[in-house]
Each structure stands twice: as C-alpha cells, then as structure tokens.
Design a protein around this ligand. Sequence first.
Ligand code: HEM
Length: 248
Amino acid sequence: MSIREVAVADEAGLLGRIYRSIFRVRPVPQTELERSQAVASNFFFHIHSAKVYEETLKFKKTLGLGLFSLFTFVVLVITGILLMFYYVPAPEQAYQRMLDLRGVVSFGTFLRNMHRWGAHAMVGLVILHMMRVYLTGAHKAPRELNWVIGVVLLLLTLFLSFTGYLLPWDQLAYWAIMVGTSIASYAPVVGDQIRFFLLGDDDVGREALLRFYVLHVVVLPAVLSALIGLHFWRIRKDGGLARPSTDE
Ligand code: HEM
C-alpha cells in the first residue's frame, strides 16, 4: 500500500489529516474536463496550458534546452550565494579571497568551478535554446512577445556573465572589463555616459568593482528571475508550446 492509499483509507486519523493538509487528494481524472482541471490546478504542471499537443511534450521538440537553461540558473544562484559568504568586493581583498577559496575553504575550488562553468554553460544553453526556438518556427505568432522577452533574457544572461568576470580582480578580469567598457564607450551619443555609469570613475577601480558586484549579485539576478517568470507565464498564455510542425 502506498502512503497515499494509507492516508486516503485513514480518513479520520492523524496520518490522513496530515497528508491531506499537504496534498489535495483527488480521484484520478476520467474525463477531458477533469484532466484539464487537474493540470490547471497543479503548480508543477502549470507551465503548460491546460491542453497541449502531445508531440510538443516530446523531448525531441524542445531538446529540453529552456529547462536546462533554468536549471543552470538555479545552480548559479545557489553556488553564487555560497560564494558570497567568502567574497569581499574590495580591491585589497577580492583577489586574495579568490585564492583562499581555492586553497583554504573546504570544497572552495569545487564551488568556484561549479559557478564558473555553470555560467559558461548557461550562456551556451540560452543561445542553443534561442536557435531551437527559431529553427522550429516557435517565434512566430502568437509568440512574438515571448521572443522579445527571450532576447532581453539573452542580453541579461550575457551581462551577468560580463559583470561576474571582473570579480576575481586578476589581470584577466581587469583587462577584459577595460576592453569591454571601452567598446561600450564607442556607442553613439551615450557611449561615454554608459562607460562612466558602469565604472563610476574614469578607470577600472574600487567604484567599478562595487558596481559590478551589486549588478551581479542583486540587480541582474532579480530582473532575470522576474523576466523568467513572465517568460513562463507567456508560454502558458500563448498556448503551451508551438504546434507540431505539420500545422505551421
Ligand atoms: C534565461 C533564459 C531562458 C530560460 C530559462 C528559458 C526557458 C524556457 C522554457 C523552459 C521554455 C519551454 C520550452 C523549452 O524548454 O524549450 C521556453 C520556451 C520559449 N522560449 Fe525561452 N528561455 C530563456 C531564454 C530565451 C531566449 C533567449 C529566447 C529567444 C530569443 C526564448 C524564446 C522562447 C520562446 C519563443 C518559447 C516558446 C517556444 C515554443 O512555444 O515552442 N527564450 N523558454
């Protein structure tokens, strides 16, 4: 007997009451309507609309790239929070803290590599996901808005990667940001303002490190999380995933 069956049988007992306070015990849906209601009321099924084409649920349709992108983002948030316990965004300490992570902190190298490789993986997965969407024609009506939201998600992902690059405060980080922000300064009209906004100074120094840190650990993850929520909501509102290619 499964826990569910025990809990259902034990209707008046303590076990049954605890189980039902956590899970909604419903009979297995039999009709189309009951099946739709079961999907609509389940948080974990919620990403799809109540009815979806069976073919679109197949792995070969999406290659799971959107979900893999989400998974890497969650891994990055968790490892990023753990890294924040050790990292100090100040020029005198940042580099030494990074070395300590590699040599002193238990599992520090593992943690740092998870975060670093996770970041590279996320950039690659989001680009592959975008290509999948385009090549299966899933960007067409009625999904134009979700495509635009996706483009913003890609830019935010790239910017997250860029802001994280400075934090180790080594030569590679310094020169990468020097080159990156110099390129930004060539943008017409507002180029110099963008560079100054990012660096908070004329050079890559204390102000830049603090700004990149705040953008990297608070602003960009918060905006990205909100937009991912919007992205998922649109997937549902636009009618689940794209129709089978024969219908397009
Ligand atoms: C943080 C980045 C992103 C995450 C976590 C994410 C997540 C997802 C997920 C889970 C799906 C469901 C289907 C699937 O797994 O492929 C999806 C669908 C979709 N995504 Fe993304 N996505 C991201 C970035 C993008 C980008 C960069 C674009 C395009 C510029 C995009 C456009 C779309 C569109 C149009 C759909 C609907 C596809 C369909 O109906 O078949 N997404 N996304």
